[in-house]
Design a protein around this ligand. Structure first.
Ligand code: IPE
Ligand code: MG
Length: 224
Protein backbone atom coordinates (compact mmCIF):
# COMPACT_ATOMS: atom_id res chain seq x y z
CA UNK A 1 0.00 0.00 0.00
CA UNK A 2 2.05 2.93 -1.26
CA UNK A 3 1.44 6.53 -2.18
CA UNK A 4 -0.37 8.06 0.79
CA UNK A 5 2.18 10.86 1.14
CA UNK A 6 2.10 11.76 -2.55
CA UNK A 7 -1.70 11.72 -2.54
CA UNK A 8 -1.68 14.27 0.27
CA UNK A 9 1.11 16.39 -1.23
CA UNK A 10 -0.82 16.73 -4.50
CA UNK A 11 -3.67 18.23 -2.56
CA UNK A 12 -1.50 20.45 -0.37
CA UNK A 13 -2.52 18.40 2.66
CA UNK A 14 -0.40 17.00 5.51
CA UNK A 15 0.77 13.40 5.05
CA UNK A 16 -1.58 12.33 7.83
CA UNK A 17 -4.53 13.16 5.56
CA UNK A 18 -3.14 10.70 3.03
CA UNK A 19 -2.74 8.00 5.66
CA UNK A 20 -6.34 8.58 6.82
CA UNK A 21 -7.60 8.21 3.27
CA UNK A 22 -5.38 5.14 2.96
CA UNK A 23 -7.25 3.57 5.87
CA UNK A 24 -10.49 4.07 3.93
CA UNK A 25 -8.92 2.31 0.96
CA UNK A 26 -8.13 -0.60 3.27
CA UNK A 27 -11.83 -0.90 4.10
CA UNK A 28 -12.79 -0.84 0.41
CA UNK A 29 -10.14 -3.41 -0.44
CA UNK A 30 -11.25 -5.87 2.22
CA UNK A 31 -14.80 -5.58 0.91
CA UNK A 32 -13.62 -6.06 -2.69
CA UNK A 33 -11.61 -9.14 -1.70
CA UNK A 34 -14.66 -10.62 -0.02
CA UNK A 35 -16.86 -9.81 -3.03
CA UNK A 36 -14.43 -11.62 -5.35
CA UNK A 37 -14.22 -14.67 -3.12
CA UNK A 38 -10.54 -14.13 -2.33
CA UNK A 39 -9.67 -16.41 0.56
CA UNK A 40 -6.47 -14.79 1.79
CA UNK A 41 -5.46 -11.13 1.83
CA UNK A 42 -2.27 -9.72 3.31
CA UNK A 43 -1.87 -5.97 3.75
CA UNK A 44 1.59 -4.46 4.15
CA UNK A 45 0.58 -1.74 6.58
CA UNK A 46 3.89 -0.86 8.26
CA UNK A 47 7.37 -2.05 7.32
CA UNK A 48 10.31 -2.58 9.64
CA UNK A 49 11.91 0.34 7.75
CA UNK A 50 8.97 2.68 8.43
CA UNK A 51 10.25 3.17 12.01
CA UNK A 52 12.97 5.34 10.44
CA UNK A 53 10.44 7.97 9.37
CA UNK A 54 10.28 11.23 11.34
CA UNK A 55 8.97 10.72 14.85
CA UNK A 56 5.79 12.69 14.16
CA UNK A 57 4.84 10.54 11.20
CA UNK A 58 5.53 7.31 13.11
CA UNK A 59 3.28 8.63 15.87
CA UNK A 60 0.57 9.48 13.31
CA UNK A 61 0.80 6.03 11.73
CA UNK A 62 0.71 4.12 15.02
CA UNK A 63 -2.12 6.39 16.20
CA UNK A 64 -4.09 5.58 13.07
CA UNK A 65 -3.40 1.88 13.56
CA UNK A 66 -4.68 2.11 17.14
CA UNK A 67 -7.80 3.90 15.96
CA UNK A 68 -8.33 1.40 13.14
CA UNK A 69 -8.01 -1.59 15.47
CA UNK A 70 -10.40 -0.04 18.00
CA UNK A 71 -13.07 0.87 15.49
CA UNK A 72 -12.90 -1.71 12.69
CA UNK A 73 -12.14 -5.05 14.31
CA UNK A 74 -15.62 -5.63 15.70
CA UNK A 75 -17.21 -5.24 12.28
CA UNK A 76 -14.60 -7.40 10.58
CA UNK A 77 -15.13 -10.07 13.21
CA UNK A 78 -18.89 -9.90 12.72
CA UNK A 79 -18.35 -10.39 8.98
CA UNK A 80 -16.51 -13.66 9.53
CA UNK A 81 -13.02 -12.25 8.89
CA UNK A 82 -10.17 -14.14 10.55
CA UNK A 83 -7.44 -11.69 11.55
CA UNK A 84 -3.74 -12.40 11.92
CA UNK A 85 -0.78 -10.07 12.34
CA UNK A 86 2.79 -10.78 11.24
CA UNK A 87 5.92 -8.78 11.99
CA UNK A 88 7.82 -7.58 15.03
CA UNK A 89 4.86 -6.51 17.13
CA UNK A 90 7.05 -6.07 20.22
CA UNK A 91 8.04 -2.67 18.85
CA UNK A 92 4.50 -1.33 19.23
CA UNK A 93 3.04 0.11 22.44
CA UNK A 94 1.49 -2.43 24.82
CA UNK A 95 -2.08 -1.28 24.13
CA UNK A 96 -1.65 -1.87 20.39
CA UNK A 97 -0.16 -5.31 21.06
CA UNK A 98 -3.14 -6.09 23.27
CA UNK A 99 -5.55 -4.98 20.53
CA UNK A 100 -3.77 -7.28 18.07
CA UNK A 101 -3.95 -10.26 20.43
CA UNK A 102 -7.65 -9.55 21.04
CA UNK A 103 -8.32 -9.33 17.29
CA UNK A 104 -6.53 -12.62 16.65
CA UNK A 105 -8.09 -14.49 19.55
CA UNK A 106 -11.53 -13.05 18.92
CA UNK A 107 -11.61 -14.16 15.29
CA UNK A 108 -9.85 -17.52 15.58
CA UNK A 109 -13.03 -19.46 14.78
CA UNK A 110 -14.01 -17.32 11.78
CA UNK A 111 -14.08 -19.02 8.39
CA UNK A 112 -14.51 -16.06 6.02
CA UNK A 113 -11.72 -13.94 4.55
CA UNK A 114 -8.30 -14.60 6.10
CA UNK A 115 -6.86 -11.14 6.66
CA UNK A 116 -3.20 -10.82 7.60
CA UNK A 117 -1.82 -7.43 8.56
CA UNK A 118 1.94 -7.05 8.19
CA UNK A 119 3.11 -4.66 10.89
CA UNK A 120 6.72 -3.76 11.58
CA UNK A 121 7.28 -6.51 9.06
CA UNK A 122 10.38 -7.11 6.96
CA UNK A 123 11.03 -10.16 4.79
CA UNK A 124 14.75 -10.32 5.58
CA UNK A 125 14.09 -9.98 9.32
CA UNK A 126 11.65 -12.84 9.06
CA UNK A 127 14.01 -15.12 7.13
CA UNK A 128 16.83 -14.33 9.58
CA UNK A 129 14.62 -15.18 12.56
CA UNK A 130 13.71 -18.51 10.94
CA UNK A 131 17.40 -19.24 10.20
CA UNK A 132 18.24 -18.43 13.81
CA UNK A 133 15.50 -20.75 15.06
CA UNK A 134 16.76 -23.56 12.83
CA UNK A 135 20.36 -22.96 13.97
CA UNK A 136 19.22 -23.18 17.59
CA UNK A 137 17.54 -26.53 16.91
CA UNK A 138 20.76 -27.79 15.35
CA UNK A 139 22.94 -26.44 18.19
CA UNK A 140 20.72 -28.15 20.75
CA UNK A 141 20.94 -31.44 18.88
CA UNK A 142 17.29 -31.61 17.85
CA UNK A 143 17.79 -31.09 14.13
CA UNK A 144 20.09 -32.63 11.55
CA UNK A 145 20.91 -29.79 9.07
CA UNK A 146 20.43 -32.23 6.19
CA UNK A 147 16.80 -32.66 7.28
CA UNK A 148 15.96 -28.95 6.97
CA UNK A 149 13.80 -28.62 3.86
CA UNK A 150 11.47 -25.96 2.44
CA UNK A 151 8.41 -27.25 4.26
CA UNK A 152 10.18 -27.22 7.62
CA UNK A 153 11.68 -23.78 7.00
CA UNK A 154 8.25 -22.41 6.05
CA UNK A 155 7.00 -23.63 9.40
CA UNK A 156 9.53 -21.34 11.08
CA UNK A 157 8.36 -18.22 9.22
CA UNK A 158 5.75 -15.89 10.69
CA UNK A 159 3.45 -16.98 7.84
CA UNK A 160 3.43 -20.64 8.91
CA UNK A 161 0.06 -22.04 7.86
CA UNK A 162 -0.69 -19.13 5.52
CA UNK A 163 -0.54 -20.03 1.79
CA UNK A 164 2.00 -18.27 -0.45
CA UNK A 165 0.53 -15.30 -2.31
CA UNK A 166 -0.59 -15.94 -5.90
CA UNK A 167 -0.72 -12.22 -6.61
CA UNK A 168 1.16 -9.26 -5.17
CA UNK A 169 -0.21 -5.80 -5.96
CA UNK A 170 1.91 -2.70 -5.43
CA UNK A 171 0.47 0.75 -5.94
CA UNK A 172 1.95 4.21 -6.62
CA UNK A 173 4.08 3.24 -9.62
CA UNK A 174 7.05 1.83 -7.67
CA UNK A 175 8.26 -1.45 -9.09
CA UNK A 176 9.84 -3.13 -6.11
CA UNK A 177 8.93 -5.71 -3.47
CA UNK A 178 10.55 -3.57 -0.74
CA UNK A 179 11.09 -6.48 1.66
CA UNK A 180 7.53 -7.82 1.41
CA UNK A 181 7.06 -11.60 1.79
CA UNK A 182 10.40 -12.28 0.09
CA UNK A 183 10.42 -16.05 0.62
CA UNK A 184 6.69 -16.46 0.09
CA UNK A 185 6.52 -14.43 -3.16
CA UNK A 186 8.97 -16.67 -5.03
CA UNK A 187 6.31 -17.54 -7.64
CA UNK A 188 3.80 -14.76 -7.07
CA UNK A 189 2.52 -12.77 -10.02
CA UNK A 190 3.52 -9.14 -9.51
CA UNK A 191 1.12 -6.42 -10.58
CA UNK A 192 2.25 -2.81 -10.39
CA UNK A 193 -0.34 -0.08 -10.62
CA UNK A 194 0.23 3.64 -10.93
CA UNK A 195 -2.73 4.48 -8.68
CA UNK A 196 -1.85 6.08 -5.34
CA UNK A 197 -3.05 3.90 -2.46
CA UNK A 198 -5.75 6.32 -1.19
CA UNK A 199 -7.36 6.14 -4.66
CA UNK A 200 -7.33 2.32 -4.69
CA UNK A 201 -10.70 0.63 -4.66
CA UNK A 202 -12.85 -2.11 -6.20
CA UNK A 203 -12.07 -1.02 -9.78
CA UNK A 204 -8.30 -1.29 -9.31
CA UNK A 205 -8.70 -4.54 -7.39
CA UNK A 206 -10.74 -6.04 -10.23
CA UNK A 207 -8.13 -4.82 -12.75
CA UNK A 208 -5.35 -6.54 -10.83
CA UNK A 209 -7.34 -9.79 -10.72
CA UNK A 210 -7.99 -9.52 -14.48
CA UNK A 211 -4.27 -8.99 -15.11
CA UNK A 212 -3.52 -12.01 -12.92
CA UNK A 213 -5.99 -14.12 -14.90
CA UNK A 214 -4.16 -13.24 -18.14
CA UNK A 215 -0.81 -14.48 -16.82
CA UNK A 216 0.34 -18.01 -17.52
CA UNK A 217 1.74 -19.55 -14.36
CA UNK A 218 4.27 -22.32 -14.88
CA UNK A 219 6.20 -22.40 -11.59
CA UNK A 220 9.40 -22.95 -13.55
CA UNK A 221 8.04 -25.91 -15.50
CA UNK A 222 7.97 -26.13 -19.30
CA UNK A 223 4.99 -24.58 -21.13
CA UNK A 224 2.24 -26.83 -22.42
C1 IPE B 1 2.22 4.21 2.27
O1 IPE B 1 2.30 5.51 1.81
C2 IPE B 1 1.80 4.15 3.72
C3 IPE B 1 2.79 3.59 4.66
C4 IPE B 1 4.04 3.34 4.40
C5 IPE B 1 2.32 3.31 5.99
P1 IPE B 1 3.63 6.37 1.91
O2 IPE B 1 3.63 7.08 3.22
O3 IPE B 1 4.83 5.52 1.67
O4 IPE B 1 3.42 7.41 0.74
P2 IPE B 1 4.51 8.02 -0.26
O5 IPE B 1 5.33 6.90 -0.80
O6 IPE B 1 5.33 9.00 0.51
O7 IPE B 1 3.68 8.69 -1.33
MG1 MG C 1 6.05 5.15 0.04
Amino acid sequence: MDGNGRWAARRGLPRLAGHREGARAVRRTIEAARDHGVGWLTLYAFSSENWRRPHGEVRDLTGLLRHYLRTEIAELAANGVRIRAIGDRERFDPDIRALLVAAERGTIGNTGLNLTIALSYGGRDEILAAARAAAREVAEGRLDPAMLDEAMFEGLLSTAGIPDPDLVIRTSGERRLSNFLLWQSAYAELVFQDVLWPDFGPVQFAEALAEYARRERRFGARPG
